[in-house]
Write a new protein. Structure first.
Length: 426
């Protein structure tokens, strides 16, 4: 498949794309807002000639935050335009940066929408976070001589096999990138094999290791646990869960309460459209459940706190003693393990971590990651860690050591950007 065929198929798929958007809007009303932006219609006023950063969804928005802060500091005279594709990513970016940046949804990868978006933004540099590759947007930048950087680039062996099946499309697209800042050498080699220019591929590490946690966050969490009367209460979090995981987690929690009757679970579904369904599931399973979005009080009778808010995940991690990171009991590939590690939490996950394999291996080698396959194994790990606080503390220390040993990727990435943006005022 080449880019022309891809574009034709994308146009033919427009009715399906629109129906899917309607379906998502039915499940999560936020998708019904700002629909025109997805076709480069009704875009907000945008200053031209700056840096464009694309962070597709919530995870990439979180990862991009330290980079955006550095760009604002290093290039104060250039407008920073940040795009996303999901309401959760959009809300996180706006909550973090407000009017310090320009923001809109990225239009679909249709040539006419790409051209209209490019005319409005006219960036001097384009930064795409991780693996969100759109052939027509990248080609539009390349045609206009705008360097395109794939920042914090990751590419699992599974994804690489998928890209290889469409070499006629992906090889020219990767060849148009000016810099691929890969997280690991294995991923860098996969990009080279798929058609990226070898001289444009560099191993910079993951900027997720450069996460800095505000000390005030821990203080706020400690204060809230005090208000709950839960300083000595066993509290664990299951975060970024997907369909099929919540039942397993609740089953483990029910058994955990037979040994630790006061145990509290903070359950945080990954997608907002699942908040209501997971709340109903908790009630059906017989748990006294409080909803964070309603600021409902957590009492000694509360068994589950549903984290049904946006932009609070770090704070919810800080409230817990142990952290399970979801998207890993099902074959989703896992989510960011480094946020709870940076907060000094012992980590648990399922076995499906192919999106974060290198990070998971390092954490496991340092002793700060226990992988479980089902409710029974999850229960065993929770019981052990709550019964052995010394081991939990050792795990947490191992995770913090991994973070410290891998920091510096953000600086290496910024050095690469300066070579592509030499005349920008700093």
């Amino acid at each position: 498949m080449n880019r022309s065929l891809y574009t034709l198929l994308l146009h033919l798929a427009l009715p399906v794309i629109c129906l899917r958007l309607l379906w998502r809007a039915w499940r999560a009303p936020a998708y019904a807002r700002r629909v025109g932006e997805r076709f480069a219609l009704g875009l907000p006023p945008l200053r031209r000639g700056g840096i464009w950063v694309h962070a597709v969804s919530l995870g990439e928005s979180i990862a991009a935050a330290p980079l955006i802060r550095e760009l604002l500091q290093r290039y104060p005279h250039l407008p920073i335009t940040v795009t996303s594709m999901t309401p959760t990513g959009s809300e996180r970016i706006q909550a973090l940066f407000g009017d310090r940046i320009q923001h809109c949804y990225l239009p679909y990868d249709l040539p006419w929408a790409c051209a209209r978006f490019f005319r409005r933004v006219q960036p001097r540099l384009a930064l795409i976070m991780e693996t969100e590759l759109w052939p027509n947007h990248i080609h539009q930048c390349a045609r206009q001589g705008v360097p395109v950087v794939l920042a914090n680039a990751r590419l699992s062996a599974r994804s690489a096999r998928g890209y290889a099946r469409f070499a006629g499309l992906t090889a020219p697209m990767l060849a148009e990138l000016s810099l691929i800042a890969a997280q690991t050498e294995a991923e860098a080699e996969r990009f080279r094999q798929l058609g990226a220019r070898p001289g444009c591929v560099a191993v910079t590490g993951s900027i997720k290791f450069d996460l800095q946690v505000d000390a005030a966050l821990q203080q706020r969490a400690s204060q809230l646990r005090g208000e709950w009367g839960a300083q000595a209460r066993p509290v664990w979090i299951a975060a970024s869960t997907h369909a099929g995981e919540d039942e397993i987690i609740l089953a483990a929690h029910r058994q955990l309460q037979t040994r630790f009757p006061e145990a509290l679970l903070i359950l945080v579904p990954r997608h907002p459209e699942r908040f209501a369904a997971v709340f109903e599931l908790c009630l059906r399973e017989g748990f006294a459940t409080a909803r964070r979005s309603c600021q409902e009080a957590v009492s000694t009778q509360t068994g589950v706190l549903l984290g049904d808010t946006l932009g609070e995940l770090l704070f919810l991690y800080a409230l817990a003693d142990l952290a399970f990171v979801g998207g890993s009991l099902v074959e989703n590939g896992g989510h960011n393990l480094l946020e709870p590690a940076a907060l000094g939490k012992p980590l648990l996950s399922g076995p499906h971590l192919f999106n974060f394999l290198e990070i998971a291996n390092q954490l496991q080698a340092a002793g700060d990651l226990l992988q479980v396959r089902d409710a029974g194994e999850l229960l065993g790990a929770l019981q052990q860690l709550f019964a052995e606080p010394e081991r939990a503390a050792q795990m947490a220390a191992g995770g913090l050591g991994v973070l410290r040993a891998n920091q510096g990727a953000l600086g290496r990435l910024l050095d690469g950007l300066e070579r592509l943006l030499p005349h920008a005022p700093a």
